[in-house]
Design a protein around this ligand. Structure first.
Ligand SMILES: Cc1cc2nc3c(=O)[nH]c(=O)nc-3n(C[C@H](O)[C@H](O)[C@H](O)COP(=O)(O)O)c2cc1C
Length: 152
């Protein structure tokens, strides 16, 4: 199988509280477990999602383009990067979750540091670099036990 990764961001239509996030993650994890999809979902209090999906190319693309993209719970879906990969970056999660701040996302994605008083330096943009930043971010966060879901 050729492993494929897709990273996108979107904006939620309505604010997601814990019950909505639990519902979304339960739905995602059930499907992802069966279809060998792994990844991580970030959500910010101002309603931004960022998600990594990884698995077989046709399966991931079908999930994103035929389901997630059409999901009325969010809009402005934009693929940040996609392509083949050798290893899964979030192999232990059917869909991990981290609550992030708006600043966290800006730090991950911005072309300049969030503290614009400092020297302006371009942030890495390649998929491996973004995934490395995401992995570091994920490891640095505390999370609730219900948000973890090891891959069977
Ligand atoms: C931000 C976000 C992330 C989602 N992630 C997944 C996911 O990883 N796996 C999944 O099966 N569904 C996920 N969903 C749910 C799908 O969008 C969709 O509701 C589900 O695949 C059922 O598709 P259907 O309504 O076309 O039957 C996500 C939805 C949102 C809003």
């Amino acid at each position: 199988m050729v492993l494929y990764q897709l990273i996108y961001q979107s904006q939620s239509l309505v604010p997601f509280e814990t019950p909505e996030l639990e519902d979304l993650l339960a739905q995602a994890r059930t499907y992802n477990l069966i279809h060998h999809i792994t990844g991580i979902l970030l959500y910010t209090p101002d309603g931004r999602f960022m998600q990594v999906l990884e698995g077989q190319k046709s399966v991931v693309r079908n999930l994103y383009y035929n389901h997630i993209l059409l999901d009325p719970r969010h809009y402005n879906c934009r693929v940040l990067t996609d392509g083949p990969a050798i290893l899964r970056s979030f192999s232990t999660w059917t869909m991990g979750f981290r609550a992030a701040t708006a600043l966290d996302l800006r730090t991950l994605l911005c072309t300049v540091p969030p503290d614009t008083q400092g020297p302006l330096e371009p942030r890495p943009h390649t998929r491996p670099e973004l995934l490395e930043l995401l992995q570091e971010f994920v490891e640095s966060c505390e999370t609730e036990p219900w948000l973890e879901h090891p891959r069977a």
